[in-house]
Design a protein around this ligand. Structure first.
Ligand SMILES: Cc1cc2nc3c(=O)[nH]c(=O)nc-3n(C[C@H](O)[C@H](O)[C@H](O)COP(=O)(O)OP(=O)(O)OC[C@H]3O[C@@H](n4cnc5c(N)ncnc54)[C@H](O)[C@@H]3O)c2cc1C
Length: 418
C-alpha cells in the first residue's frame, strides 16, 4: 500500500500537516475488510463466477460481520479524510470483483438516496436497501436505458404527477441495472420534462413490491459474473408522491430555474455518478493489485532457462511498471476521494481522472499478469484471466473512458468539446 512506501511517520508536532500515513481507524478497517476478502470472498470467487448467480450466502456473511449494511457505509463515510471508502473498496475487490460488486452494488442506490433524498427519505429507504443479517436485501440504481447509455440526456422513462392521488406514474425500460429486478428498492432516474434533457430528470424510489416494476432479461456477461445485471420494465408504476427524492417543492423550484434559463443546481444522475467515481476507481485498483501480486509471486516461482522468470528484465520491468501505475492510480483515487469528502470543487474533473486512470490501469495490469503467467494465465485454473474479464467493465460503466476524457477535456479547456 501507498502508506508503506511513503515513510513511517506521523507528522511531527508543529510539522507539515500533509501525510499519506493511514490513521489507526483506517488501518483497522483496511485489515478487517482484507481479512473478509481473503478468508471468505476469494475462496468463493471461482464458484460464483462460474455459476453467474448472486452470491447470497456471501452477502449474508458480509451482513453478519457488519460489512454489508447502513452502519458499515456510515462508518466508512464518517472518516472526514474520505479515504476509508476507497480503502475498503480496494480491499474487498482485491478479494474478488464479481462478489465485491454483489456486495457494493447496493451502494449506488444508497448514494442516490443519500445525495438527493430528504433526511426522512434517507431514514425510510436506506435501511430497506440493505435489510438485515437474517434477511438481506439489495438496492438497484437504474439510469441507463437501451438508447441512453453515455448520453444520459436521452432517457425516455417518464414520470408524470397525478395530482388527484398524489402519485407519480413511471413508464419506461431501464437497461443494465446492477441488481435490477432482484432489488428490494429501485432508484429510477426518469424525465419529468423531456424538453429539458438531463435538467428535466429526477430520481424516484420504487418501493418493494410495486406493481408494474418487473425484471426484464438478465444479461450474460464477460466478467463481474457474480453480480446480477438486468433490464427493468416499468409499466404504469404508481408510487406515492413522497417517493420523489428531494420532494416536489425542490423539484418545482429547480425546473422553474431551468425554464427561466438559469443554471440548475443539480442534475439527478450526474450527481450520483460524480460522488461515486473515486470509489469505483478504488474497486478497479483492488483488481489490479490482486493481479499484480499474483503475477509477482508466480514470476518468482516459475523457472525457465534455469532461472526464475522474474530474473529477466522483461518480466521484472513489467512488474515494476504495474506497481508504479497502480500506486499512481491510487494517488488520484485518494485525492478525488479527499476532495469529494472535504467539499472541494472538482475544477479539473479530478473524480473522472481517478476513475479513468484506475480503470485503464486495471485492464492493462491484468492483461500484463496474464502475459507473465504465460499459458497458465489464459486458463481458468488461475485467477488472472477472471481478473482481466472483471477489470474490463471499469472502462465502460459509470462513464466510459471516452466520456471521462470528454468531462476532463471540457473542465480543463472550458470548451464544450464534442
Ligand atoms: C455490468 C454492467 C453494470 C452496469 N450497471 C449499471 C447500473 O447499475 N445502473 C445503470 O444505470 N447503468 C449501469 N450500467 C450501464 C453503463 O453505465 C453503460 O453501459 C455505460 O454508461 C455506457 O453506455 P452504453 O453501454 O450504452 O454505451 P454507448 O453510450 O453506446 O457507447 C458506446 C461507445 O461509444 C463511445 N461514445 C459514446 N458517446 C461518445 C462521445 N460523445 N464521444 C466519444 N465516444 C463516445 C463510448 O465511450 C463507447 O466506447 C452497467 C453496465 C454494465 C455492462
Amino acid at each position: 500500500m501507498l502508506a508503506e512506501v511513503t515513510g513511517s511517520g506521523e507528522a511531527p508536532e508543529g510539522g507539515p500537516k500533509f501525510t499519506l500515513e493511514l490513521n489507526q481507524d483506517q488501518k483497522d478497517i483496511k485489515e478487517w475488510v482484507h481479512g473478509f476478502a481473503e478468508g471468505v470472498v476469494r475462496p468463493a470467487a471461482e464458484e460464483w463466477d462460474e455459476r453467474e448467480e448472486t452470491p447470497w450466502p456471501v452477502i449474508q456473511e458480509a451482513a453478519k460481520i457488519g460489512l454489508y449494511g447502513f452502519e458499515a457505509l456510515g462508518q466508512f463515510w464518517a472518516d472526514d479524510t474520505g479515504l476509508t471508502l476507497p480503502i475498503a473498496n480496494e480491499e474487498l475487490f482485491w478479494g474478488d470483483a464479481g462478489i465485491g460488486m454483489a456486495i457494493m452494488g447496493t451502494s449506488l442506490a444508497v448514494a442516490a438516496i443519500f445525495g438527493q433524498g430528504t433526511p426522512e427519505q434517507m431514514g425510510e429507504w436506506i435501511p430497506q436497501c440493505f435489510g438485515d443479517a437474517d434477511d438481506v436485501k439489495l438496492g438497484a440504481f437504474c439510469a441507463s436505458e437501451p438508447d441512453a447509455g453515455s448520453d444520459v440526456s436521452a432517457i425516455r422513462t417518464t414520470a408524470k404527477y397525478d395530482e388527484a392521488t398524489d402519485e407519480w406514474v413511471i413508464n419506461g425500460q431501464k437497461a443494465w441495472a446492477t441488481n435490477g429486478g432482484i432489488a428490494n428498492v429501485h432508484v429510477v432516474i426518469a424525465s419529468v420534462d423531456r424538453e429539458l434533457g438531463s435538467r428535466g430528470h429526477a430520481a424516484f424510489v420504487i418501493p418493494p413490491g410495486t406493481k408494474g416494476c418487473e425484471q426484464g432479461a438478465k444479461v450474460k456477461k464477460h466478467g463481474l459474473r457474480a453480480s446480477h445485471t438486468a433490464d427493468v420494465h416499468l409499466d404504469d408504476c404508481r408510487i406515492p408522491g413522497s417517493c420523489l427524492l428531494g420532494g416536489k417543492e425542490r423539484l418545482d423550484e429547480r425546473l422553474a430555474r431551468v425554464r427561466e434559463g438559469k443554471k440548475a443546481k443539480s442534475q439527478a444522475a450526474m450527481q450520483t455518478f460524480e460522488a461515486s467515481r473515486p470509489t469505483v476507481g478504488a474497486q478497479a485498483l483492488g483488481i489490479a493489485r490482486a493481479a499484480y501480486e499474483f503475477a509477482l509471486e508466480y514470476a518468482k516461482e516459475r523457472r525457465q532457462f534455469g532461472k526464475a522468470i522474474v530474473e529477466n528484465q522483461a518480466i521484472a520491468f513489467a512488474l515494476a511498471d504495474m506497481k508504479l501505475e497502480i500506486d499512481a492510480a491510487r494517488l488520484l483515487v485518494w485525492r478525488a476521494a479527499w476532495m469529494g469528502r472535504s467539499g472541494q470543487r472538482f475544477e479539473n474533473a479530478e473524480g473522472s481522472m481517478s476513475k479513468l486512470k484506475a480503470g485503464e490501469v486495471a485492464v492493462w495490469a491484468t492483461e500484463r499478469a496474464i502475459q507473465i503467467l504465460g499459458g497458465n494465465g489464459y486458463t481458468r485454473e488461475f485467477p488472472v484471466e477472471r481478473m482481466h474479464r472483471d477489470a474490463k467493465i471499469y472502462t465502460i460503466f459509470e462513464g466510459t473512458s471516452e466520456i471521462q476524457r470528454l468531462v476532463i477535456a471540457r473542465s480543463i479547456s472550458g470548451v464544450h468539446v464534442k
